[in-house]
Structure formats: structure tokens, C-alpha cells
Design a protein around this ligand. Structure first.
Ligand code: F6P
Length: 322
């Protein structure tokens, strides 16, 4: 393999830059040329290829976002778009591609592999942590720390005013941001799409626990089956008017910021392993870290996001939130 390409795709996540840096420097170490593709699959279609050297990835390990920019490409969903992308990869003599992204990006790579022979290896880049085959995706640790910092501040004001807060966090298909950050902030309830939300039960719990604590925080994943934080808060307010209720939507603040130390290390390990995987002729696999070890998972398995939530963790959430 003489030349590889790297790009970021889908929603950005802190740590993507650390991963790009690792890919570039590992490839250079092995005398492989690297090009970056700007703006995700759109850049592959529109021929936005740029050479990368060791210096072009200096001083990025601590920066959020992605120096290669990103996009959720609609054109790559079409055969015309993918045909243009394949022509550009061939034109630039690309022997392998590293995609840093989430499930949509890997589904795109999988479809592409049926039409084009160039091997793809993925690094899981998404704050949602909703991929099978890795304990942590790049961006998740930073995102939950951002949530914890924000909710701790909300707790201060909630406590001063004896208020009930519904805090909505990202995750339209997955509740793992809500789950872990909810445990870390001592949330009184955590509402996620993976488990059926019963608003009546929540109302009963809030009613019976009314005297227990002066402030209450409910973490709601944006994709929760009972609706978003505003919708749930409205129902609770109607049933329990004596609660002074507020809603806070954290939004895209969760996608930015300097990656945590753990994120930088994991992203570096994954980028490093992705280059080695291409050199070993692996294709259509996602690099993950499971029990501290690098693991390769075929794209088709990585994107089946039926997350089995740990039942012990769920029981603990119930007991600790009493
Ligand atoms: O996939 C990451 C994510 O941040 C989700 O948690 C969220 O639902 C979505 O992206 C938001 O995407 P966009 O920034 O395109 O609105």
C-alpha cells in the first residue's frame, strides 16, 4: 500500500483530530503517503483531496471538531454520487481509506464496498457510543464530561430554588449519554429510548419522593420514546403543579470542546490500529477497544445498534436515584 486517504464523516466528535493525527503519523512512519478528504463523503465526490504530512497534524491533538471538516452526505446515498467518489479515489491512486465516523458513515462504506474494491477501515467517531464492537466511541467520554459539568451547574440553581429540572441531552437513537452522565450527576431519573418510559410511573415516583430532596434532575435522551424533555415536563407539570419545573436542552455544546485525556489516548490507539489493519489487508471493519484491547468488527455487525443495556447498571440506577 503506497497511499491512503483519511476523512471524517457524520456528526463531529471531540477526539477526531487526535485520530487523524495518529493515522497520518503512523502511515508516514510506514512510508505510506496520506491524503485528507475534506467534508466527508461530499469531498470524496467533489474531489476535495489534500496532501497531509506530519506537520499538517501538529498541535491538533487537543482540539475539538475536525480539521478535515465533516458532512452528512446526501449525494453519497445515490449511485451517481458513489460512482464519482470511486473515480476520484482511483484518480488519486488511493489504496485504502480510513473513515472516522458513526453508523451512517459505516453503512455508506458498506454499500460502497459492493461497488468498489478499495478497502475501507473505520474508526468509531460519534458522541453517542452507539456502535457494537467498542466500549467507547471517540467523543463519548468528552461529551459525558461536558454534560456532567453543565448539569452540576444546573443542580446548584435547582437546589437554591427547590426546582425540578428536565435536562435533555443528545442521542436520537441511543440513551448512553443520558445513562452514564445521569449516573455521574446523581439524576433522580434517566429516560432513554432503550427502555419504555412510563410517564405515569415517573409522576408517581416524583409525588412520593416529593419530601425527600429539595432539587430533582431528570435526564432525558432526545430520542426517548415518551417525547423530548419539553413534552414530558408538560405532562408532569399538569399532574404535579406544586413542582416548580424547568427544562434545559444542552444541545450542540455536547459535541465540542477539548477531548479528555482518555479520548485522546483511545483515538490515537484507534488511528494507529486502523493503518496497521489496512497494511494487513483488512477491509470493511471497524476498529474498537474492548476490555482495553484493540478489536476489529465487520461494519455490518458494528452498525446493528441493538444495545443490550447492562441489567446490573439499570438496577443500580433505580436504587441510587431513590
Ligand atoms: O450522532 C451524533 C449526534 O450528536 C446525535 O446525538 C444527535 O441526535 C445528532 O448528532 C444531531 O445531528 P446534527 O448536528 O446533524 O443536527
Amino acid at each position: 500500500m503506497k497511499k491512503i486517504a483519511v476523512f471524517t464523516s457524520g456528526g463531529d466528535s471531540p477526539g477526531m483530530n487526535a485520530c487523524i493525527r495518529a493515522v497520518v503519523r503512523t502511515a508516514i512512519y510506514h512510508n505510506i503517503q496520506v491524503v485528507g478528504i475534506m467534508h466527508g463523503y461530499d469531498g470524496m465526490i467533489n474531489d476535495e483531496f489534500i496532501p497531509l504530512d506530519a506537520k499538517s497534524v501538529a498541535n491538533i491533538i487537543h482540539r475539538g471538531g475536525t480539521i478535515l471538516k465533516t458532512a452528512r452526505s446526501q449525494e453519497f446515498l445515490t449511485i451517481e454520487g458513489r460512482t464519482k467518489a470511486a473515480k476520484n479515489l482511483t484518480k488519486h491512486g488511493i489504496g485504502g481509506v480510513i473513515v472516522i465516523g458513526g453508523d451512517g458513515s459505516f453503512k455508506g462504506a458498506l454499500q460502497f464496498s459492493k461497488e468498489c474494491d478499495i478497502p475501507f477501515v473505520g474508526c468509531p467517531g460519534t458522541i453517542d457510543n452507539d456502535l457494537i464492537g467498542t466500549d467507547f466511541t471517540i467523543g463519548y467520554d468528552t461529551a459525558i464530561n461536558t454534560v456532567v459539568e453543565a448539569v452540576d451547574k444546573i443542580r446548584d440553581t435547582a437546589e437554591s430554588h427547590n426546582r425540578l429540572f428536565f435536562v435533555e441531552v443528545m442521542g436520537r437513537d441511543a440513551g448512553l449519554i443520558a445513562l452514564r452522565s445521569g449516573i455521574a450527576v446523581g439524576a433522580e431519573a434517566i429516560l432513554i429510548p432503550e427502555t419504555k418510559t412510563n410517564v405515569d410511573e415517573l409522576i408517581n415516583k416524583l409525588e412520593s419522593g416529593r419530601k425527600n430532596k429539595s432539587s430533582k434532575i431528570i435526564l432525558v435522551a432526545e430520542g426517548d420514546d415518551a417525547g423530548g424533555a419539553f413534552a414530558i415536563a408538560e405532562k408532569v407539570k399538569a399532574a404535579l403543579p406544586y413542582y416548580d419545573t424547568r427544562v434545559s436542552i444542552l444541545g450542540h455544546v455536547q459535541r465540542g470542546g477539548s477531548p479528555t485525556a482518555m479520548e485522546r489516548v483511545n483515538a490515537s490507539r484507534m488511528g494507529f490500529a486502523a493503518v496497521e489493519a489496512l497494511m494487513e489487508d483488512k477491509k470493511n471493519v471497524m476498529i474498537g477497544i474492548v476490555d482495553k484491547q484493540i478489536q476489529l468488527t465487520p461494519f455490518e455487525n458494528a452498525v446493528k445498534h441493538i444495545q443490550e443495556l447492562n441489567p446490573h447498571l439499570m438496577k443500580m440506577v433505580d436504587i441510587l436515584s431513590l
